[in-house]
Design a protein around this ligand. Sequence first.
Ligand SMILES: NC(=O)c1ccc[n+]([C@@H]2O[C@H](COP(=O)([O-])OP(=O)(O)OC[C@H]3O[C@@H](n4cnc5c(N)ncnc54)[C@H](O)[C@@H]3O)[C@@H](O)[C@H]2O)c1
Ligand SMILES: [Zn+2]
Length: 375
Amino acid sequence: MIGQHVPVRLGERSYDIVVEPGLSRSLGALLKPLLDTGKVGIVTDRHVARHYLKPTIESLKQAGYEPVTIVLPPGERSKTLTTIARILDVLAKQRFERRSLLLALGGGVIGDLTGFAAAIYQRGIAYVQVPTTLVAQVDSSVGGKTGVDHRLGKNLIGAFHQPRAVFIDPFTLHTLPRREWIAGLAEVIKYGVIADEVFFSRLEASMSDLLKRNAHAVMQAVTRSCQIKAEVVAADERESDRRRILNYGHTIGHALEVLCNYRNLIHGEAVAIGMVAEADLSVHLGLCKQDVSARIRGLVQAAGLPDRMPNTSFAALWRAMQHDKKVVGGKVMGVWPIRLGEVVMRPLEAEACADWHVTLSGSNSARQKRRIRRA
Ligand SMILES: NC(=O)c1ccc[n+]([C@@H]2O[C@H](COP(=O)([O-])OP(=O)(O)OC[C@H]3O[C@@H](n4cnc5c(N)ncnc54)[C@H](O)[C@@H]3O)[C@@H](O)[C@H]2O)c1
Ligand SMILES: [Zn+2]
């Protein structure tokens, strides 16, 4: 399969997602329509730099740019205002101008940091995303949400700032650690559930190829995921309504991340458990049939992702769910599958969630539920 262009239609902020195996070797040429000459700040982390920084610098130099590199420590712990200050220091010292460009070469952490630095340096400069993890290729590089974490909450500080382009090279996924690869598959499965039954069925058929990172299967999965994300973002850039469907699996997923202190589960794993739990809850609420939730669980298991709720008390789970940004007036706004490819958004009451939690094997649930009834 050769390259694919997926448009993100956002009026004057529109841009293209280019998905093409091997593209990372011609980034210099790809930047030409966006910036003729000048400084390009390549922001990356140490892991990614080891594999992809040298060819990126060479490609940019060949096309006549002056690359300036900023190599950060890898991982979520770098996603802070302190790192932003470090990036801004380099930009100021190197005299980056309003017309200069930043290039985010890495996973979601690098993309979120680079986008946010680009949003605030000189009140906003251009940036492009070159995502190198599956999570970043199918999710975080598209849509313009940028930002950093705060001690009191993940992604608490940020800005909407759309990239000028997203350049995806699926070949870069070959060096990704297996656990990160599988975690990214959770977000791919999510797109099938929220928007496309045919895609979901295709994933069921191709999961073993995807696990082997077969080029054709990867290309299809990444491209279709980007198309769905682009459509959802174009319909609701600032997440006032439809964009919230992307949070399927994340209400419980985020709560589990908080409960395990972001240690035992990585994001995609928590989302996988969240998708299965929320599908199960949807059955419990009478919104969808059992076979739908069974297929979602089956695909999550086939991907090698975890699907079982850890043993938490209902009170702790509900408290963690309250901290989510999706809470409206004390009620948790949930995204519920009604069939494969279609979800609805409805608030979730504590009582209904407690009722469901009792059905899990956890021993504390019944006691917790009685306590909530009394309160
Ligand atoms: N902005 C959004 O809309 C959005 C959406 C989803 C997630 N996110 C954010 O994205 C972040 C998670 O992204 P992530 O999962 O990509 O994490 P990440 O950026 O931390 O990357 C995961 C690990 O993989 C390494 N890595 C990256 N590419 C590699 C490659 N090709 N080969 C080998 N190693 C590689 C990284 O160095 C890192 O150690 C979170 O901070 C999350 O909040 C943002
Ligand atoms: Zn996610």
